[in-house]
Design a protein around this ligand. Structure first.
Ligand SMILES: [Zn+2]
Length: 291
């Protein structure tokens, strides 16, 4: 992502993986047959590879620097987790990205996870001497209390279907055990620039991160949407959404709040330049990247 300045706040990103990946028809079960294929040629060409019919899906963490803090939002899949392919990404690109930001793990003051899926909390921890420990020794880790409680309860149930309790047990529980977790409610504010917006649906306690400074505003939207298609079709939730109808309602809430303003959205899985604005047209919402 290009460097973005929101008032006094600077936002950059660290990329774990990039490029074409999923086919739309397998991602959006509510889409009528052929509908995604018909829409994709109208999308920004950076979001779709026509030759393979694959959507471009990026995994990245955002680095948010306020005048007071360094905040990492969402931490990709991480290292040494033992996940099967394709979730076993090489760790070096992310570590190189952190270094390219001029940061060491000691420099991060806060880690915030929009939700606790496998690709948003991985670098929360690293393996040291056979134990999972917080990657960022000086950071407080911010979790929404509903999201944390849900995955904590799920982990106790063990593996069910596609649910992998080890994601929580490796990436979140050790942070709590180390005393670095902070469970917050809907009214949480990190400082005078950073607040959260509850956007349940993709997961039970999913939140967006609202960044406001000197009249400018950007919202890190986590997995509120995975692809530009969902701007045109907010009713298309993904196979990964816990409550598809609630996910749609959350999208419409955020879309309605920023459409036709200068406010920017930063969806984690959108490729470079990632940030964009919404326009409301007679045909519905439309996405415009901010280059
Ligand atoms: Zn995701």
């Amino acid at each position: 992502m290009n460097r973005l300045q929101i008032g006094d706040v600077r936002i950059t990103s660290i990329i774990e993986r990039d490029g074409p990946w999923r086919v739309a028809e397998t991602m959006f079960p509510g889409a009528p047959p052929g509908a995604a294929h018909a829409l994709l040629p109208a999308m920004d060409p950076r979001t779709y590879e026509a030759g393979t019919n694959k959507m471009v899906i990026t995994y990245q963490s955002f680095v948010v620097r306020t005048p007071h803090h360094v905040i990492l939002v969402d931490t990709c899949t991480g290292e040494d987790k033992g996940y099967p392919a394709p979730m076993d990404y090489p760790k070096q690109p992310w570590l190189d990205g952190l270094a390219a930001e001029g940061l060491t793990v000691e420099d991060v003051d806060y880690v915030f996870c929009t939700h606790l899926h496998i690709d948003h909390c991985g670098w929360n921890t690293v393996l040291r001497d056979g134990r999972w420990v917080p990657t960022f020794p000086n950071a407080k880790y911010i979790f929404h209390k509903r999201e944390y409680a849900y995955w904590e309860a799920q982990a106790k149930l063990g593996p069910i279907g596609n649910h992998k309790p080890e994601v929580f047990l490796m990436n979140c529980a050790p942070v709590m055990e180390a005393g670095q977790a902070v469970l917050v409610d809907d009214d949480f504010s990190l400082d005078d620039c950073i607040t959260i917006i509850p956007t349940p649906g993709h997961s039970p306690g999913h939140c967006c991160v609202n960044i406001a400074s000197r009249g400018a505003l950007a919202i890190i939207t986590g997995d509120l949407m995975h692809h530009q298609l969902q701007v045109n079709e907010p009713g298309w939730s993904t196979i990964f959404c816990a409550d598809p109808e609630a996910a749609t309602a959350s999208r419409l809430k955020i879309f309605g709040s920023v459409a036709d303003t200068a406010d920017m959205l930063l969806p984690v899985h959108f490729p470079n330049p990632t940030a964009g604005r919404l326009r409301h047209t007679a045909q519905g919402f439309r996405w415009l990247f901010v280059d």
